[in-house]
Structures are given as structure tokens and as C-alpha cells.
Design a protein around this ligand. Structure first.
Ligand SMILES: [Zn+2]
Length: 389
């Protein structure tokens, strides 16, 4: 780990093909989802599903039970429509040599993801419809508040409750002679920043993918930095320190809080818009009032369309935070080379398109392209050389 392996030369030809294949797939999946939701909402098919569900329930079934039955039917339909795309995505990972996961393990992850979506999704939808029934004028405001509380709770609990469902983690230990030096370096970086990071964890990505990654996660007592084993095993100490310092930059600049605030604003707009659309279209679609569960595809369509429209803005915001985190590495360590090395390693391992077309970066990239980040590092270095005494 001391010196690390040199990154292999980049294969940008296959990176471009890989990126195109993934983008085509995700755009097709989104298009199918939108078309399906619109068809359900506007052709009366959603009402048909509702009637079929109600017919199979006892005559005096409660509203809660009808919502449960409808959500199960709609959820199964949407899952069936999206499963071919998930399978195709995994095939792309295999074709480009990025996958290390067996199909059995992949299906287990799918099942866990589905169970999680079912539990959280059903709870959220039951709550929204209870609010629609009991507070038809102000439901969107209460719904938004509940959504906000839940999002904050999830940010806090995800690293201890959700991530371990899919990945193993191991806290770095000073007892391990390979890690003592690394921990000393990372801890002193965090201490110098006055950051209360509650742990540095090795994130076992390597049993599923060759890709490398690192992240800042959690809130308060669960705040931690995650560094993938695929990075730990190949990168040198300087490089890992640079990647860690980037994550520290997210912490110092309070990026998780900023992200949550943005989400709060956007979701308030989303809830308000959903209420207006639902009010307006309830008679047009022959729904039995706004609390009719057959209106769910319409609500989902509003949310999906709004997320798609806001994607470029959300990604621009995210790229700004990533720039800040990179700048934090340069200003706090005074060095650009280790981060550049780390970025080159990421590009090579993850088969990243180093200089994508400008439009693609603007719309779809949550991080600036690798070439953009390296250029900024070089500029920072040049500027420092020019201003140095
Ligand atoms: Zn970052």
C-alpha cells in the first residue's frame, strides 16, 4: 500500500462505448416508465386496476387495505417493466469487464432492494393517502414535512441500517500494521480541519465490482468516510489521503446539509405542484375524489417528470460541491499531484469517459468530468506558482 500500483493506460475507446451504452439504457428505462405512468393515468387503466383490486377484497375493506392492494399491483407492474433494464445493465457491466458479482448474489441484491422499496414505498404512500383523506386542502404540506423528517432520519441511519444490507464494511484499525500510518495521516487531516468524523471505513466493493469509490455518509453520530477496498488495495498512502481529504472537504463545507436543504426546497415545490395537478385532473380522469388511489400514477408521473426536468440543475449544483471539495484538497494539502493520480486511477478502474461532450457533462454528470477536474488542479498549481513569493 505504501507506494501503490501505477494506473494502467486509459482505454478511452471502450470507455466511450460503455458510457453510451449505459446512457442509452437509462434513457430508455426512464422513457418507458414515463409512458407507462401516463398510459395508466390517462387511459383509465389505473381505474381498471383499482376495480380489479377492490373486487378481490372483502366488501367492507378499509381504505388502507385498498391502498395496500393497489400499491402491490402497481408495484409489481412497474417492477416487471424495469427488470429487463436492470438485467441489461448488469450485462453491460459484465461485457466491459467491470463486474465481479455472481448472478446469485445479483438476484439477492435485487430481492433486498425490492423488499426495501416495498416497505418504504408502501409506508410513504399509505401516509400520503391518509393525509389526502383527512386533510384534502393541506395534505401536501404535511406530506412534505413527513418526507423531510424521513429524509433526515434516513441520512442518519443509512450507513448503519441500509448500506450493510448490500456491502460489508470494516473500520480501519491502528492495530493493523498496514493501516497505522494511514490512520495517523487521515486522522491528523481531520483534526486539522476540526472535523468530527466518527470513523474511517473500508468499503468492500471488490466482491461485486472492479470499480473504485469513496464517500462521505451519515449525520451526527453516524458521520463517516468510506473508502472502497478496490482503492485501498491499489492506491498509495498519498493518493488515499488526497481522496480522503476530498471527502473531508464535503464535510467541512457542510455539503450533506446543503444537499438536504436543496432537496427540501425542490420537494416542497414537488408536493405543491402534485396537489395542484391532482385537484385539476381529478374530475377529468373520473377519479372518485383526490384521495382515490387510482390517481397514484398521476402523482408518480408529476414526480418523475419534475425530477427529469430538474436533473441538469441538480447535477450543476452537485458539480459545484465537487469542485469545492477538490479545491479543499489543494488548499489544505498544498498539493495537486496525489489527487490527480487518484482521479486517473478512478478513470482507469471505472472505465470513465475522461472528456465527455460538454452537453453530456452538463446534463448527466454529478461530478465534473475527470479532464475538467485535472485541468482545474493544474490551474490551481499554476496560479500558486505565480503568486508564490
Ligand atoms: Zn465528492
Amino acid at each position: 500500500m505504501e507506494t501503490g500500483e501505477a494506473a494502467q493506460p486509459l482505454n478511452q475507446d471502450s470507455a466511450r462505448r460503455y458510457s453510451r451504452a449505459k446512457l442509452r439504457l437509462s434513457l430508455s428505462a426512464t422513457a418507458i416508465e414515463l409512458v407507462l405512468l401516463a398510459a395508466l393515468a390517462f387511459t383509465g387503466a389505473s381505474l381498471g386496476i383499482e376495480h380489479a383490486v377492490v373486487r378481490r377484497l372483502p366488501a367492507q375493506a378499509s381504505a388502507w387495505l385498498i391502498v395496500l392492494g393497489y400499491v402491490a399491483a402497481l408495484g409489481a407492474l412497474l417492477k416487471l417493466a424495469s427488470l429487463p433494464f436492470s438485467l441489461a445493465e448488469q450485462h453491460i457491466e459484465i461485457r466491459y469487464g467491470l463486474n465481479r458479482q455472481s448472478w446469485a448474489s445479483w438476484w439477492r441484491d435485487e430481492a433486498k432492494g425490492l423488499a426495501l422499496e416495498a416497505i418504504l414505498g408502501l409506508a410513504a404512500i399509505e401516509l400520503i393517502y391518509a393525509l389526502l383523506r383527512s386533510a384534502p386542502r393541506t395534505w401536501w404540506l404535511w406530506g412534505w414535512l413527513a418526507f423531510l423528517a424521513f429524509t433526515i432520519l434516513l441520512a442518519q441511519l443509512a450507513p448503519v441500517l441500509l448500506f450493510p444490507l448490500f456491502f460489508k464494511f470494516r473500520e480501519l484499525s491502528p492495530e493493523n500494521p498496514n493501516e497505522a500510518e494511514l490512520i495517523r495521516r487521515l486522522s491528523s487531516r481531520a483534526a486539522a480541519a476540526g472535523a468530527r468524523i466518527r470513523g474511517i471505513y473500508e468499503w468492500m466493493l471488490g466482491e461485486k465490482t472492479v470499480k473504485a469509490n469513496a464517500a462521505l455518509a451519515g449525520w451526527g453520530a453516524t458521520r463517516r468516510v468510506l473508502i472502497s477496498d478496490t482503492l485501498m488495495q491499489t492506491a498509495g498512502v498519498d493518493e488515499i489521503e488526497a481522496v480522503f481529504t476530498h471527502e473531508l472537504g464535503h464535510h467541512v463545507h457542510r455539503h450533506i446539509r446543503q444537499g438536504l436543504l436543496l432537496q427540501a426546497g425542490l420537494s416542497l415545490a414537488g408536493f405543491w405542484l402534485s396537489a395542484r395537478v391532482l385537484e385539476r385532473l381529478t374530475p377529468v380522469l373520473h377519479l372518485h375524489g383526490i384521495a382515490d388511489i387510482a390517481g397514484l400514477p398521476l402523482l408518480a408521473l408529476v414526480v418523475a417528470a419534475l425530477s427529469l426536468l430538474l436533473l441538469p440543475a441538480a447535477n450543476a449544483f452537485s458539480r459545484r460541491l465537487e469542485r469545492q471539495a477538490d479545491d479543499y484538497v489543494f488548499s489544505s494539502t498544498g498539493r495537486v499531484e496525489p489527487l490527480i493520480q487518484g482521479l486517473e486511477r478512478l478513470a482507469q478502474r471505472n472505465l470513465a469517459e475522461v472528456s465527455p461532450p460538454r452537453w453530456k457533462e452538463a446534463i448527466f454528470y454529478s461530478h465534473p468530468a475527470i479532464a475538467t477536474r485535472i485541468r482545474r488542479a493544474r490551474e490551481w498549481e499554476k496560479q500558486r506558482a505565480a503568486t508564490a513569493p
